[in-house]
Design a protein around this ligand. Structure first.
Ligand code: SF4
Length: 307
């Protein structure tokens, strides 16, 4: 039984081999840090926590791609790559700068596509025109930080955008036939297991192509860490078993058409205050999810109700 719709398998079918994302670290800013939307950023955000080792030095895009490819080459000599603009808000810069970075990435012979992570309120017609231009040459995957479909939660997180902003961004991208990935976090302040069905319904209605799921992590040097330490926020970090239960409940209620890209964050353990899962990798969590779904004889979309 196929338990969920795997993005990795989709890529393998399309490109005929394993496809790996390579993080590109460009010091873009973020409207939630520079004051145009907010200051201080989202309460859980610590950008350095999701930088793989090979991106710790800023280099040119080509240099970072070459470093990343050499890092993986020994183990996977024939695989291809997606250049992943991951940190900060990767559509938040002058258009000529963005175009230059994006082109530098797709011009690499081993790169088959571009993944661009951004906020829903940083998708404009002008940005879409640039993305469309790139998308005609190599596939572009636009990753939108949704995090929660509840506006109350987004407010607690200081995201400085609403779920309506997400719907607007998705509609704009959809009009241009661009692949949309959503990013969601489970275990957010004030949210419970019962919110999962609400999120599943809202996410399915967006008709995204793919999704990334993450556990909330309380990271060092973040406002969330301070709030947690001072007991000023209601949050209960999920242990691994609980998280897997939440993920499976969610998968059962979402559309079977959505591809699932990731199941976990891999922040370095020394940056994580809670939950302490150790040095767990995404593929470990995938195995655990598959094993549990197999025991429960369940699958993605089992309880999905098409409207
Ligand atoms: S999570 Fe993203 S949107 Fe929020 S502060 Fe960090 S970079 Fe900005």
């Amino acid at each position: 039984m196929k338990h969920f719709n795997s993005f990795a398998e989709y890529l393998r079918q399309v490109y005929g081999c394993r496809v790996q994302k390579i993080s590109i670290n460009i010091p873009f800013s973020c409207p939630n840090r520079d004051g145009s939307k907010g200051t201080g950023g989202c309460i859980y955000c610590n950008n350095t926590s999701f930088l793989p080792e090979y991106t710790l030095q800023f280099g040119s895009v080509a240099q970072q791609l070459n470093d990343g490819i050499s890092y993986f080459h020994k183990k996977y000599p024939t695989q291809l790559y997606i250049a992943y603009f991951q940190n900060y808000t990767n559509t938040y810069a002058r258009l000529d700068k963005l175009r230059k970075f994006y082109y530098e990435a797709i011009n690499h012979e081993k790169v088959v596509g571009l993944a661009i992570s951004t906020r829903p309120d940083c998708i404009t017609d002008k940005i879409i025109a640039v993305i469309n231009e790139i998308n005609r040459i190599k596939k572009v995957f636009v990753e939108i930080g949704i995090e929660s479909t509840k506006n109350n939660t987004l407010k607690i997180l200081n995201r400085c955008h609403t779920f309506e902003d997400v719907k607007n961004a998705v509609n704009l991208l959809r009009n241009h036939n661009i692949w949309i990935t959503g990013h969601l976090i489970f275990g957010l302040p004030g949210e419970s297991f019962d919110d999962i069905i609400f999120h599943a319904k809202n996410i399915s209605e967006l008709k995204l192509q793919s999704l990334k799921l993450h556990q909330l992590q309380i990271l060092k040097n973040t406002p969330l860490h301070q709030l947690y330490k001072q007991e000023q926020i209601s949050v209960k970090p999920l242990n691994l078993d609980e998280y897997i239960q939440w993920v499976i409940h969610f998968l059962e209620h979402i559309s079977p058409d959505i591809y699932i890209e990731r199941f976990t964050s891999e922040s370095p353990p020394d940056t994580v205050i809670e939950p302490k899962w150790g040095k767990i990798k995404n593929y470990h969590v995938i195995e655990l999810v598959r094993k549990k779904m197999s025991e429960l004889k369940t699958y993605q979309g089992k309880n999905f109700k098409k409207l």
